[in-house]
Design a binder for this molecule. Structure first.
Ligand code: ADP
Ligand code: MG
Length: 238
């Protein structure tokens, strides 16, 4: 578990600045949800935290450690994508163990960790299947399994459920909440879905055009949105 801190973080692509100086303090074990319109910078922020994108200026701390120049694999962060991003030619077991293998962990240690993650996510009976033999929900569960297998301090989810149908979304939402309850890790979760945001979040961060518009608990944002933009995103009657 770790707290996470962004100090005046900016991001530019070429001459275009898309993140304009974000300050955010995330507590140990907190479930944070990012919401905001398409293009406001949610994925870019997650990718900078994950180490998949350089930070143009400002600082990222996880725990006591400044992470700006630390390689992605060494940050203790795992990311789950909307598109699952599973390897089609590898079995579920191989997909889940892939990152550990890259880190040169021993085969028996990998098997033990994959089995434990599979148990947590009820994937035990699917370990020898290939991604094409799985439903959308099962694939997303494997993608989550692949993230938890490395025991990260911080989980990042980029719209992980938006490719699933409504019923499965509700089910997976409950699974993610339960997972957070069991693991207690810090989680940052991007979604377009108001209900997901309201039910999962300890605090919601509303983003707009590369800046934070408002941060608060679901209750606070619902009852006291700072402006109409926030109210619309949270679905409060203001
Ligand atoms: P969101 O996830 O909130 O929809 P993004 O983080 O994907 O938003 O994008 C934020 C802004 O950065 C957008 O204007 C997008 O066009 C721009 N952007 C994202 N990635 C790149 C890139 N690799 N090169 C240039 N511009 C990018
Ligand atoms: Mg995005």
């Amino acid at each position: 578990m770790s707290n996470l801190k962004l100090n005046t973080v900016t991001k530019s692509f070429g001459k275009a600045e898309v993140i304009h100086g974000i300050d955010l303090d995330i507590h140990d074990g907190e479930f944070i949800v990012f919401v905001g319109p398409s293009g406001c910078g949610k994925s870019t922020l997650l990718r900078m935290i994950a180490g998949l994108e350089d930070i143009t200026s400002g600082d990222l701390f996880i725990g006591e450690r400044r992470m700006n120049e630390v390689q992605a694999a060494k940050r203790g962060v795992a990311m789950v994508f909307q598109s699952y991003a599973l390897y089609p030619h590898l079995t579920v077991r191989q997909n889940m163990g892939f990152g550990l293998k890259v880190r040169k962990e021993k085969p028996d240690a990998i098997a033990r960790k994959v089995d434990a993650a599979a148990k947590t996510l009820q994937l035990e009976t699917l370990l020898e299947r290939y991604p094409r033999e799985l439903s959308g929900g099962q694939r997303q569960r494997v993608a989550i399994g692949r993230a938890i297998v490395g025991d990260p301090d911080v989980f990042l989810f980029d719209e992980p459920l938006s490719n699933l149908d409504a019923e499965l979304r509700v089910h997976m939402r409950a699974e993610i909440a339960a997972l957070h309850g069991r693991l207690g890790n810090t989680m940052i979760y991007v979604t377009h879905d108001q209900i997901e945001a309201m039910t999962l979040a300890d605090r919601i961060v509303v983003l707009r055009d590369g800046l934070i518009e408002q941060v608060g608990t679901p209750k606070e944002l619902y009852a006291h949105p700072d402006n109409v933009f926030v109210a619309q995103f949270i679905g409060s009657p203001k």
